[in-house]
Ligand binder design. Structure first.
Ligand SMILES: C[S@@+](CC[C@H](N)C(=O)[O-])C[C@H]1O[C@@H](n2cnc3c(N)ncnc32)[C@H](O)[C@@H]1O
Length: 269
């Protein structure tokens, strides 16, 4: 087990060796994940982990892949997707191009759920969807468009609660590896590695969906991410967060109005 001092040393070393800044992650969550990783990889102490991180330049990505929490599912929080479907999507119909950014997309369930709803609104062809994550392992999985067959009944039930009206199974093809999302949906989405802490600008978007990601960050990092989102949106764009996340106390909140029911904000100026 790494103690608090070693965790602080690790955070500094990661920044110095790789320029990877985890200092803004919630400490408790970071500490838990690091200790889980240390146990899993059988490091006997901190210096063994540091030697590995220093000697193998590819190991850092493996480390990041294990440190991040990637829990997700299709139509997670059905009320959110229902609001997206019934209130938000209709406000984007007049756009000639609809630019969407899913920040912290994990294995893709969330972004494919969104794409299905845009498809049903007849708007998917106008959508340019960018889905990003810091974890290359989940991005590979997301890019494959594959889902476990055993989860399909649950996802279908959630799709209905989100207001889906078509034959849910028509969006997938059965393969030996699982259910594969149809190519016309898959082809509208680009997956890319992007670290929100880098502050790197990816362009302007009409809708940014970043759900269940900011809960792992501290207040300073959340504020940095909000500024990046603000730079990446124009008037009438939307920012959607998770159930336990809010834009309300941030420095950008004065430019946004919250939709009544869900954690969705519209930029007013
Ligand atoms: C709990 S998952 C949420 C997935 C999805 N948004 C959802 O709500 O179902 C959080 C995701 O954020 C990603 N993440 C964590 N830190 C990140 C960072 N600094 N930059 C980009 N993505 C990050 C993780 O790798 C993980 O896939």
């Amino acid at each position: 087990m790494l103690g608090k001092t070693e965790i602080e040393t690790l955070l500094t070393d990661l920044q110095q060796i790789y320029g990877e800044d985890f200092r803004y992650y919630s400490r408790d969550s970071f500490e838990r994940r690091v200790n889980r990783f240390v146990k899993l990889e059988n490091f006997k102490d901190y210096s063994a982990l540091l030697t590995k991180l220093r000697s193998d330049k590819h190991y850092i990505q493996h480390f990041i892949d294990h440190i991040t929490v990637n829990v997700t599912e299709m139509f997670r929080d059905t009320a959110f997707f229902n609001t997206l479907n019934r209130q938000l999507i209709p406000q984007l119909t007049q756009h000639s191009t609809i630019r969407i950014w899913h920040a912290g997309c994990s294995t893709g369930e969330e972004v494919y759920s969104t794409a299905i709803l845009f498809q049903e609104a007849g708007l998917l062809e106008k959508c340019v969807i960018l889905a990003t994550d810091i974890n290359s392992r989940v991005l590979e999985r997301a890019d494959s468009g594959l889902f476990y067959s055993s989860l399909m009944p649950l996802y279908e039930a959630k799709y209905r609660l989100a207001g889906g009206e078509k034959n849910f199974s028509s969006y997938f093809t059965k393969t030996t590896e699982g259910e594969k999302i149809s190519e016309n949906i898959r082809s509208q989405i680009s997956f890319q590695n992007h670290n929100l802490a880098s502050g790197n600008y990816l362009g302007k978007f009409d809708l940014i969906i970043c759900r269940n990601v900011l809960i792992y960050f501290d207040r300073i990092m959340r504020e940095m991410v909000f500024r990046l989102f603000d730079d990446s949106t124009g008037p009438n764009s939307f920012i959607a967060l998770g159930e336990r996340e809010t834009l309300d106390l941030s420095s950008i909140s004065k430019h946004y109005t919250k939709l009544e029911s869900e954690m969705i904000w519209k930029k007013t100026n």
